[in-house]
Design a protein around this ligand. Structure first.
Ligand SMILES: Nc1nc2c(ncn2[C@@H]2O[C@H](COP(=O)(O)OP(=O)(O)OP(=O)(O)O)[C@@H](O)[C@H]2O)c(=O)[nH]1
Ligand SMILES: [Mg+2]
Length: 461
């Protein structure tokens, strides 16, 4: 179904998603809005590390949505010397990214834009690619050859395992921002993937477009290819990357012939899981740069990878935050606290205990982070409680000035004395309730309201 004819249905978050479930700009916007709403209300109570990650994701998605959605950024990433720059040059036919024998060679990213650079420039500014490292592909000379990649912004990244810490930082920064990653490895280094196991999985799960390229396969004897590729496939599977397509490439002219058992090694990806998988059919088997291009084309032409990447990124963060929420917050009777104050009879420790007990009721069944936030809110002004209750009693006594004689008379006229005492008890209760409200219950309510509002926003997704 083409993007233009796709039927839009409203999703529960208020955005619109396509009938086939693929994200649209409005459904992604809706997720950003939800994330921002959750962060706005619940932010002060959430753990700093998760908050920072979530805020960064919201900012990243907002910024990317402002930029060209008709461009898809594809990064060539991987270990040093695996052939990223050679592959970049093979893709672009430009020989613009220096290939070297001294490792590491690439210190800063190179970029090539296929087709219209309008919009692509702003995207490259955002990515931080230096103007002198930007190139353009597809000219009148190409005819229709490059049409399939129109809109692709290919990036040649520095090495991820660099002895230069700056390279690693630059790679990490860019990998946060790009839409599709082609992870380039080679027959000598692929077993290092074990080292990058968790790293690769994180990279792959935060986007729909992720491909592993086993490069330099021309260096292997054809007979050894199935074994090496099978071994790499096993490593990927063991690392939880079963859906990630694997493609064999050679960034030099030599592309090896097909192996004996190609289909058992190179999986056809599940089209529902990855935008790249749309062309999975026919790609299986040892493939070269051309096949890698064919894998990338649908996500570039279909312009789905950008939105899928943003959507996946946001879902990962929202799901992470959702773990911090449980069932609805319990209702607590206000008398729980006022009664506790009465029983404390002015003892500071027992007043604190009463506030803590109230917090336990208010946070009953809620996740730890909220339990702690509620306990903290309940006891924040605990030190002021004795004086506040003392003042409350004074107010009752001041009001009760005429009550003394009524109680004295009450000794002989019982009805009158009881009424006076009841009145005093009622006033005391009301004054204590006022203290309970402003010193304990209101601060607790702020936290509970934040919990409930953020929970409701998350449940709407
Ligand atoms: N035989 C063969 N050699 C390759 C292939 N790809 C790259 N090379 C060679 O491997 C060496 C490293 O290639 P680069 O393209 O510079 O590798 P890189 O991944 O960009 O390296 P860094 O920038 O240091 O991260 C060069 O000598 C290339 O000529 C390939 O597919 N086959
Ligand atoms: Mg390089």
């Amino acid at each position: 179904m083409s993007r233009k004819t796709a039927r839009l249905t409203p999703d529960r978050a208020g955005g619109a998603q396509r009938a086939d479930g693929a994200p649209t700009p409005s459904s992604v916007h809706a997720k950003v809005d939800t994330l921002r709403a959750v962060l706005d209300v619940a932010g002060p109570y959430l753990p700093a590390d998760r908050l920072a990650i979530a805020r960064a994701a919201a900012a990243r998605a907002s910024a990317r949505l402002e930029l060209s959605l008709s461009h898809t950024t594809v990064a060539l990433a991987g270990t040093t010397g695996s052939g990223k720059s050679s592959m970049f040059n093979a893709f672009t036919s430009l020989d613009r990214s220096p290939v070297g024998v001294l490792r590491p060679t690439t210190a800063e990213a190179y970029a090539c834009v296929w087709g219209d650079r309008d919009g692509g420039e702003a995207l490259l500014d955002w990515l931080g690619v230096q103007p002198r490292r930007r190139f353009t592909r597809e000219s009148a000379l190409d005819g229709d050859d490059e049409v399939g990649l129109r809109g692709m912004v290919l990036l040649d990244l520095p090495d991820v395992d660099s002895i230069q810490p700056a390279h690693r930082a630059e790679v990490d920064r860019l990998l946060e921002l790009v839409d599709v990653v082609v992870w380039v490895t080679d027959p000598q280094k692929y077993s290092d993937l074990v080292v990058h196991d968790g790293y690769l999985r994180r990279l792959a799960t935060s986007r729909g477009g992720f491909v592993v390229a086993l490069n330099q396969t021309d260096r292997l004897l054809p007979a050894n290819l199935p074994q090496v590729a099978g071994d790499l496939r096993r490593l990927l599977d063991e690392g939880g990357l079963t859906d990630v397509p694997l493609v064999a490439t050679s960034a030099t002219d030599e592309v090896p012939g097909p192996p004996a058992r190609p289909r058992s090694t190179f999986r056809k990806p599940d089209p529902s899981k990855s935008p790249l998988a749309a062309t999975g059919a026919g790609i299986a088997g040892f493939a070269g740069i051309r096949q890698l291009r064919e894998m990338l084309e649908p996500s570039v032409v279909g312009r789905r990878a950008v939105l899928e990447r943003l959507d996946t990124d946001l879902v990962v963060v929202l799901e992470d935050l959702a773990e911090l929420f449980g069932g609805p917050a319990p209702m607590v009777s206000p008398s729980v606290l006022a009664d506790g104050f009465h029983r404390a009879k002015g003892s500071k420790d027992r007043l604190v205990e009463a506030a803590e007990q109230y917090a336990e009721h208010a946070a009953y069944g809620l996740p730890k982070v909220w339990f702690e936030a509620i306990s903290e809110a309940a006891t924040l002004r605990a030190a002021e409680l004795p004086a506040a209750l003392e003042r409350a009693s004074e107010r009752v006594n001041a009001f009760d000035k005429g009550g003394g004689w009524r109680r004295a008379v009450g000794a002989v006229v019982p009805g009158l004395g009881r009424k006076a005492q009841d009145e005093k008890d009622r006033r005391t209760k009301a004054e204590y309730a006022r203290v309970a409200e402003s010193y304990v219950m209101a601060p607790v309510r702020d936290v509970v309201t934040a919990y409930s509002a953020a929970r409701a926003a998350l449940m709407d997704l």
